[in-house]
Design a binder for this molecule. Structure first.
Ligand code: MGD
Ligand code: MGD
Ligand code: MO
Length: 630
């Protein structure tokens, strides 16, 4: 399952019965190339995978952004209208925004301050900040104690990481780390938030834990202006929490590589293994729904080889793209403008509680089906129980949504005199209804057995050994980063990039979005270019242990020396697709050079950032200004 499923309430509401009817343990989604570390951290610390705190942007005095670029992404796992306006408001009211990113992003340029960080070392920065806060008695544990468990252990762990120990590795000076720790803990209110940069790396889960911990030990959780929990009109956390579906970790492992399951899913990097490796349990049939794993999973060549080798494949998608071209059958859903909209997932991550329902803009054609209708029909045909078959036939997303809303925190329940929410009432307000600012809700909302926040989950504490091994192994005491023996001469670190006028891979076929300057170019520091004899607009070769790509380069001081950035979303040159617009400007696929082997051990999240690469000029290629930017 790809990411657009998360924005499709009809699909989300009909997904579970469908998955149950399939009777398979081989379920994969883009969660494990995206936000999985946050969900694992939330599950281990708060007891529920979807109890994810968001920054209370409207009221914060100090906003620390690590590895996210909300001015381009528009906020992720944090829903807010007009992010630019909200960030500016923080600054105008005397607040501060600090950005930690290997690239000086648009967000970093708007912020009060920016620090470059070496990719993949955020956990060390956070440990050092926590170290300073405890060391200088700047923590608020005397007030937080009643709500938490394990702070002594967290303190002991952080004890091992004073700023001086990590400054060279992270690239942030010890005095800057101390200042940041003091500012964060000293602010009236503060919120630290991390996203793709902190999740998509080898230590994504530990980093996500430390981000939450930094907020918690400084009493910046569940308090206005800090990290808070949304309370949406349809509260799936509440609903699934009560039915015991708050999450599971490592109940089973993938057949080939032994990667852990999380809440019924195996990591996306294991999909190709399970298809390619013969033996009992080998996957021979695949259903893809709103996903393009051929390009969006690391090591695309390997994924494509796997897709090609299947016995049978079905895709639910409106495009014949790099993935669906391998399908035997494509089930096309109606377009977004022909479906009604309700943001089941996004409203659970909103910086202010609101509710809104959007009616379809266009009537769908006769015989056309929405995703939920396709899934419902498939469930009906797969399901063995006559009762479930009948249920599948007579329900609709709005029936379920209406029911969940009535039962929800603002709902009318079944009291005819209540003024509470019903779907009918929400539909009458097409501009939406404001349900007010985020409200404190702890400890009531925790799902941990002891109703306390777990500050030192075993899995996280154990993983610090791997972190130390990676960066401080004795064999490597002299150099500040331990290079893997096999990729010694891969001397640059590759990170990704999102572009304003594209949504992952799938919007590159919209003519209006492809007009103008949007292009697939690498960004590199002039210092690194000079050392390699590379000039502005040259075609360069970027190679990793998994492959190589060639693309034009742009030189900019907005990127940390030693780091190269390449946007994802490109690589539309594969044969047999029918993406006529995307094909005209194919670009290259970043995942041709990322690795399916490099993962976060706790949960199997793919390390998409911090990939070791070699960069050289392409001597065969004579740059021809515009033509180079294909
Ligand atoms: N315009 C646009 N908006 C989008 C999308 C899109 O494709 N286009 N995609 C949507 C999706 S699916 C998602 S998940 C969100 C993602 O939302 P964000 O996470 O806000 O988006 P990114 O631009 O990936 O930001 C990640 C940042 O982390 C930095 N980074 C990379 N490695 C590291 C590291 O090791 N440490 C630190 N500290 N930083 C690092 C990168 O330079 C980058 O600036 O965006 C969503 N919004
Ligand atoms: N190297 C690297 N790789 C990455 C990332 C990165 O930062 N760097 N980011 C990762 C992240 S955060 C994400 S979210 C993934 C995205 O990974 P994917 O979700 O696999 O990629 P998309 O291109 O967004 O694919 C979406 C597919 O859904 C289809 N689609 C769109 N809307 C609908 C709908 O309503 N119904 C149906 N049935 N189909 C629909 C589109 O046509 C397209 O085929 O990529 C991940 N991969
Ligand atoms: Mo994503």
């Amino acid at each position: 399952m790809g990411t657009p499923t998360a924005f499709n309430y009809g699909f989300l509401l009909f997904m579970l019965p469908f998955i149950k009817a399939l009777h398979t343990k081989n379920r994969f989604s883009t969660t494990s190339v995206d936000q999985l570390p946050l969900m694992v951290a939330a599950y281990l610390m708060f007891g529920h995978q979807a109890l994810l705190p968001v920054p209370d942007l409207d009221r914060t005095d100090f906003f620390l952004i690590i590895g996210s670029n909300p001015l381009v992404s528009m906020g992720s796992m944090m829903s807010a209208g007009n992010i630019r306006k909200k960030l500016k408001a923080v600054l105008h009211s005397g607040g501060k925004i600090v950005v930690i990113d290997p690239r000086r992003t648009r967000t970093a340029q708007l912020a009060s301050r920016h620090h470059f960080i070496r990719p993949g070392t955020d956990a060390l920065l956070l440990l050092a900040m926590i170290n300073v806060i405890f060391e200088e008695n700047r923590d608020a544990m005397h007030r937080m104690k009643a709500l938490c468990n394990g702070h002594d252990l967290l303190r002991d762990m952080a004890d091992r990481f004073p700023p001086e120990r990590v400054e060279k590795i992270t690239g942030i000076k010890a005095e800057d780390i101390r200042r940041l720790a003091r500012e964060f803990s000293g602010a009236k209110t503060a919120a630290c938030y991390g996203r793709m940069g902190t999740c998509g790396q080898e230590f994504g889960t530990v980093t996500s834990w430390l981000i939450y911990s930094l907020n918690i030990i400084t009493e910046n959780i569940d308090r206005p202006g800090s990290l808070m929990f949304s309370r949406p009109a349809v509260d799936l956390v509440d609903f699934t929490g009560k039915t015991g579906q708050g999450g599971h970790l490592a109940r089973w492992h993938s057949r080939v590589r032994g990667l852990p399951e999380f809440s019924g899913e195996l990591p996306a990097v294991a999909l190709a293994d399970e298809i390619l490796a013969p033996g009992d349990g080998q996957v021979r049939t695949l259903i893809t729904i709103a996903g393009n794993p051929a390009l969006s999973s690391p090591n695309s060549a390997r994924t494509e080889k796997a897709l090609k080798s299947l016995d049978f494949m079905v895709s639910m998608d409106f495009y014949i793209n790099e993935t669906t071209r391998h399908a035997d059958i494509i089930l096309p859903p109606v377009s977004h403008l022909e479906s009604s909209q309700y943001h089941l997932a996004c409203l659970s991550l909103a910086v202010r509680n609101t509710v809104k329902y959007g009616k379809p803009v266009f009537q769908k054609k006769k015989g056309a089906k929405a995703d939920w209708e396709i899934v419902r029909e498939l469930t009906r045909r797969l399901e063995e129980s006559p009762f479930k078959r009948m249920m599948a036939k007579f329900t609709s997303p709005d029936m379920l949504l209406g029911l969940l809303m009535r039962m929800g925190p603002y709902g009318a329940k079944f009291n005819p005199l209540s003024h509470g929410l019903t779907l009918g009432r929400v539909k009458k307000k097409p501009h939406g209804i404001d349900l007010g600012p985020l409200m404190p809700c702890l400890p009531g909302r925790l799902y941990t057995p002891d109703k306390k926040i777990q500050l030192a989950p075993e899995q996280m504490v154990d993983d610090l050994n791997r972190l130390e091994e990676k960066f401080f192994a004795a064999s490597n005491i002299k150099s500040d980063v331990k290079p893997d023996s096999k990729d010694n001469n891969y001397d640059m670190l590759l990170i990704g990039r999102r572009q304003l006028k594209a949504m992952n891979w799938w919007t590159h076929n919209y003519p209006c979005l492809m007009k103008g300057k949007l292009a697939c170019t690498a960004w590199m520091n002039p210092e690194d270019a000079r050392k390699r004899g590379i000039h502005e607009s040259d075609i360069i070769i970027v190679s990793s242990l998994n492959g190589q790509i060639k693309l034009p380069v742009e030189l900019t001081r907005n990127i940390m020396p030693g780091v190269i950035s390449i946007p994802h979303g490109w690589g539309h040159d594969r044969p047999q697709t029918r993406l006529s617009v995307a094909r005209q400007k194919p670009g290259v696929c970043l995942n041709d050079i990322t690795s399916h082997e490099s993962v976060d051990k706790i949960c199997g999240m793919a390390a998409l950032n911090g990939v070791r690469v070699k960069v050289s000029p392409d001597h065969d290629h004579i740059p021809k200004s515009d033509a180079a930017f294909s």
